[in-house]
Design a protein around this ligand. Structure first.
Ligand SMILES: [Ca+2]
Ligand SMILES: [Ca+2]
Length: 399
């Protein structure tokens, strides 16, 4: 079981590494780099042991930053529970604009507006309908998935055992979605909330006192809303206090719901947390400031700060709070039951073709052996379709 996996979402891909490591531990990356504001190359980095990658990152920062500064390319990185392949990011993923994590499956909206899913699929929750495009966001629930299209319509697949994939016919235009264990929430145009699916705990009995709703979030058996004046409301199961929003919570700009706990970002950039705390998922680290996004799983909570760093607390039983140490600047976070997804800038580029931890003569020999050809295994460092002098210059800069 890989502790984490990542896939580049740049415009080119490397072949999978096949030697000296188990297939599930191999990874490839593709990076688009900027040099003085101009896209000049598109290179790939092969997975290496963590210590080597740390060493490389340090070297690259010193020696290769001007050539290899990561800029445009992003990757989806997943870590945590991998019982059903939910952290095995597909090699074919390509560029993404949004991510979501469900009970044991994962979903992403690709730049072309289609949806990719992976992980648990017993109810078909990881097979997006063919021909689904123009998607702006996706939500992965317990055992179902929902996509919101740019025209405000919903498309749903996976388990419909509780009607969680059966939006009311008169739902109208939707602007945001959230999925719980067995229910679906839709924030409609007009700032009201529709809810469908399981209602055993009143999670789909939408209160009339929400105000003008600006965001929704869903837990396993409860629902959460944020309104235009920064007030959070929650309804449904309150077994663990997940609906007991702190009375002094105000000025909220963003809200997330775990299975049995909630998290909110105040306008001051701090995080409040309430509900189940059996693994410390509500023990917000002291002095955590500048938070711009938050995500909550079953037993862990993930925060993204303005500087692109990720902070995670609560259960780490499946390494769901253990991102790779060389994680680039993160722009989005999502939390499944016990796994975590992020969109991150791809790390610096790498001319260490033979994966021995150093860029030297052996790598130069590989490059020279492919001189003039299209190049394999990322040897075309510049990404211009041929191995030549520009690639040699990049390699030497990392020597
Ligand atoms: Ca080498
Ligand atoms: Ca080249």
């Amino acid at each position: 079981m890989p502790r984490f996996s990542r896939r580049a979402t740049g415009s080119s891909f490397c072949a999978e590494e096949t030697s000296n490591s188990a297939p599930q531990r191999s990874e490839t990356r593709s990076i688009s780099g900027l040099n003085r504001g101009t896209l000049v190359h598109n290179v790939c980095v092969k997975h290496r042991p963590l210590a080597q990658r740390i060493a490389f990152a340090t070297i690259a920062a010193v020696a290769g930053a001007a050539v290899c500064a990561p800029a445009q390319s992003v990757e989806v990185v997943a870590f945590g529970w991998n019982s059903f392949g939910q952290v095995d990011v597909p090699a074919s993923l390509g560029a993404v604009r949004a991510i979501s994590a469900g009970y044991a499956h994962s979903a992403a909206v690709k730049l072309d507006g289609s949806v990719a899913c992976w992980g648990y699929n017993a109810a078909g929750q990881s097979i997006a309908p063919a021909g689904l495009y123009e998607v702006t966001s996706v939500a992965a629930g317990g055992f179902h998935s929902v996509a919101l299209r740019s025209n405000g319509t919903l498309v749903c697949w996976g388990s419909n055992g509780q009607g969680q994939c059966a939006p009311p016919k008169n739902i109208g235009t939707v602007q945001a979605i959230a999925t719980g264990g067995y229910h679906t929430m839709a924030l409609k145009n007009g700032a009201t909330v529709a809810c469908f699916g399981h209602n055993s705990q009143g999670q789909c009995t939408v209160p009339t006192t929400l105000g003008q709703v600006t965001a929704v979030a869903a837990g396993w058996h409860h629902s959460v809303s944020l309104n235009a004046v920064g007030i959070v409301k929650a309804w449904g199961s309150n077994t663990y206090g997940q609906c007991s929003v702190p009375v002094n919570l105000s000025g909220v700009v963003s809200v997330a719901s775990g299975s049995w706990h909630g998290a909110a970002i105040r306008s001051s950039g701090t995080v409040d947390c309430w509900g189940l705390n059996d693994f410390g998922q509500c023990n917000v680290p002291p002095n955590l400031l500048g938070v711009t996004a938050v995500a909550a799983g079953a037993y862990h909570t993930v925060a993204l700060r303005l500087d692109g760093s990720v902070h995670c607390w609560g259960s780490n039983a499946h390494d769901q709070c253990y991102p790779p140490s060389d994680l680039g600047a993160v722009t989005a976070v999502a939390a499944g039951n016990e796994h975590t997804l992020v969109i991150a800038q791809a790390p610096p580029c790498d001319a260490d073709f033979d994966n021995d931890g150093a860029v030297n003569g052996a790598d130069l020999a590989v490059l020279l052996s492919q001189w003039g050809s299209a190049g394999t295994e990322c040897v075309d460092l510049s990404g211009n379709g041929a191995v030549g002098g520009e690639d040699l210059a990049i390699l030497l800069s990392q020597w």
